[in-house]
Design a protein around this ligand. Structure first.
Ligand SMILES: NC(=O)c1ccc[n+]([C@@H]2O[C@H](COP(=O)([O-])OP(=O)(O)OC[C@H]3O[C@@H](n4cnc5c(N)ncnc54)[C@H](O)[C@@H]3O)[C@@H](O)[C@H]2O)c1
Length: 306
């Protein structure tokens, strides 16, 4: 089985590759333009190939599809990060071209199913909690969320017109060892281990749920191997909510740190007050208990202090 993962030098995509490569029947090809990806994330493995390429550029990505003939594609490449996406809205919107390229090339080269990394951001400011795939309205407003919404719509439309099967993963906050330091968990852990101030936007009472990367990767792989959520959408996340302030306090406790928590002015936009997935569908994918936040944080701290 040959699988393409776009954004393969990134946190979630490279962690997915690590797990896929434990199956000897799977060959993995990763593409990335290193916008936020890092070389050290790319698995060094005989069944893993890496190609530097921009998926938004048809001339770069088309030869990759024709050279390999993929069975499945995980389209995970995207401009990410609250600040980066707010500061570069046009660059974010250009990702629509990458989605089209990947769908067109998947359709014309016989890909069996495409897995698209959508986001909890498509729900926008929550109307009700927990957020359910089919009953919660999508209030996407910011370019990042609009692109994810458009991507979902493209997947549904290619299925309708061209029979290209899809699964939409709406990822909620995911964390793990390979995450880049600009995201909240990695940022707090790095600051705590260095004994530096931990900075929180606003009063820190905004709640978040955090899904450990192993749970995300296992759920997504089960969708493929167990033929689940074909032509459907599924929240991939953990529903246990914690405030950002409590997260900072937990990390200080687990690292035994002397760091102080410092409050910054709230972000002007993009910092949702609450998000929480309805996980009834996610439970069908994971079929085991979630990794607890403390266990997940501890695994990262152990790796960082080795
Ligand atoms: N991590 C989360 O909590 C989370 C939550 C919701 C959605 N997502 C989605 O999951 C996916 C992976 O996110 P991540 O957190 O691992 O971020 P990441 O930045 O670590 O990974 C994204 C990767 O895509 C690459 N990339 C960006 N534009 C590209 C392009 N045009 N061509 C080729 N490569 C390109 C980047 O260099 C990076 O390596 C993204 O689609 C993101 O929107 C992640």
């Amino acid at each position: 089985m040959r699988i393409l993962i776009t954004g393969g030098a990134g946190f979630v995509p490279s962690s997915l590759a690590d797990v896929l490569l434990t199956n000897s029947a799977i060959d993995v090809v990763l593409v990335d333009n290193f916008l936020t990806g890092r070389k050290e994330n790319i698995p060094l493995h005989p069944r893993c190939r890496f190609i530097k390429c921009d998926v938004n550029n048809y001339n770069e990505i088309a030869p990759v599809f024709s050279a390999f003939g993929f069975d499945y594609v995980f389209h995970y490449a995207a401009v990410v990060g609250v600040k980066r996406t707010l500061d570069n809205p046009v660059m974010v919107l250009n990702d629509i071209q990458g989605i089209k390229n990947v769908l067109d090339l998947s359709k014309s080269t016989g890909v069996k199913r495409i897995f698209f990394s959508s986001s909890s951001e498509v729900y926008g400011e929550p109307v009700h909690l927990p957020q359910h795939e089919h009953t919660t309205p999508l209030n996407s407003r910011l370019p990042y969320a609009v692109v994810k919404n458009v991507g979902e719509s493209f997947c549904r439309s290619y299925q309708q017109e061209f029979n290209l099967d899809f699964t939409l993963f709406r990822f909620f906050n995911t964390y793990g060892p390979k995450q880049s330091p600009d995201f909240v968990v990695a940022r707090f852990i790095d600051a705590a281990l260095a004994g530096k101030e931990i900075t929180v936007y606003g009063d820190g009472q905004q709640t978040r749920t955090f899904c450990y990367i192993d749970d995300n990767a296992e759920a997504c792989i089960n969708a493929l191997t167990q033929n689940l959520f074909v032509n459907d959408v599924v929240n991939v996340g953990n529903d246990k909510a914690i405030t950002v302030l409590e997260l900072a306090q937990t990390i200080i406790r687990l690292t035994n740190s002397s760091s102080k928590i410092v409050h910054l002015p709230p972000l002007p936009e993009g910092d949702m007050t609450r998000r929480q997935p309805d996980i009834q569908n996610m439970k069908q994918l994971l079929k085991r208990d979630f990794t607890s936040l403390e266990d997940g944080l501890q695994r990262i701290i152990t790796l960082r202090t080795k």
